[in-house]
Design a protein around this ligand. Structure first.
Ligand SMILES: NC(=O)c1ccc[n+]([C@@H]2O[C@H](COP(=O)([O-])OP(=O)(O)OC[C@H]3O[C@@H](n4cnc5c(N)ncnc54)[C@H](OP(=O)(O)O)[C@@H]3O)[C@@H](O)[C@H]2O)c1
Length: 221
């Protein structure tokens, strides 16, 4: 589980633990990961790694032989027009959204056992031509194409590849990206728990793609 320290990733960790899965939690924030690990009632290991570095990626890749579900969830965005972006922020976001899931998906195909799954977290923004999130939308579009194209090879290894496409979800993501979204009404938002539960349900049903957006009926009452 990458990006497990907050938001949708932490919700995935809680939902998987409730379903009895042992977990390997990956992110950079040591304290948040330790706190989450402490609250979960299954075997949990924490791997502090920066997925924008070759060293961080290699350490996660090395673990994949012992994992039966890879959730490529870590992601970030830089809000604003492309030419206005700080180049270092842009690099970090592209490395995290594009290079990291590519490398981890490839490593998973080499090393995960038959019967495993890969869950790639895209977005309803994938492929959207919105000038405020150009690199992010293009990166998620790439991830969806990669996932579809890798399916035949994954199938030969007995590995399923599922894409979840969340709509606007109440996490730190928007503030971190620089988007001002506090004024949006409650109905525009869904909870990270809704995304995690609906994605895991879809995975269990063997669905290849699932969109989980506010108001589409996935919210649990
Ligand atoms: N929130 C939404 O509305 C929404 C909608 C559609 C799709 N998504 C997607 O959902 C996924 C999760 O986002 P979220 O909303 O839960 O955002 P979030 O709360 O900001 O979580 C992002 C996660 O990624 C991790 N991360 C960031 N940079 C990293 C790095 N360099 N190395 C390793 N981990 C890193 C963060 O942990 P550390 O900072 O501790 O490293 C954190 O755990 C992303 O792929 C996002 O694109 C979100």
């Amino acid at each position: 589980m990458t990006g497990a320290s907050s938001g949708i990733g932490a919700a995935f960790a809680r939902a998987l633990a409730a379903r009895g899965h042992p977990l390997l939690l990956v992110a950079r924030s040591t304290e948040a990961l330790a706190e989450l690990a402490g609250e979960l009632d299954v075997d949990v290991r924490v791997l502090v790694a920066d997925l924008t570095t070759a060293e961080g990626l290699a350490r996660v890749e090395a673990e994949l032989g012992g994992v039966d579900l890879l959730v490529n969830n870590a992601g970030s965005a830089t809000y604003g027009e492309l030419g206005e972006q700080d180049p270092a922020d842009l690099d970090e976001s592209v490395l995290l959204n594009v290079l990291a899931p590519t490398r981890l998906t490839a490593a998973a195909l080499r090393s995960m056992p038959a019967g495993s799954g890969i869950l790639n977290v895209s977005s309803t923004a994938a492929g959207r031509d919105d000038p405020a999130i150009a690199a992010y939308a293009a990166g998620k579009s790439y991830l969806e194409t990669l996932s579809r194209a890798a399916r035949p090879e994954a199938g030969e290894h007995g590995i399923r590849v599922t894409v979840v496409r969340p709509g606007r979800t109440a996490t730190a993501f928007h503030e971190r990206s620089g988007e001002e979204s506090g004024h949006l009404p409650a109905w525009r938002w869904q909870s990270p728990d809704t995304v995690a539960e609906a994605a895991l349900d879809a995975l269990e049903r063997g669905e290849e793609e699932v969109t989980v957006a506010p108001g589409d009926g996935h919210e649990r009452r």
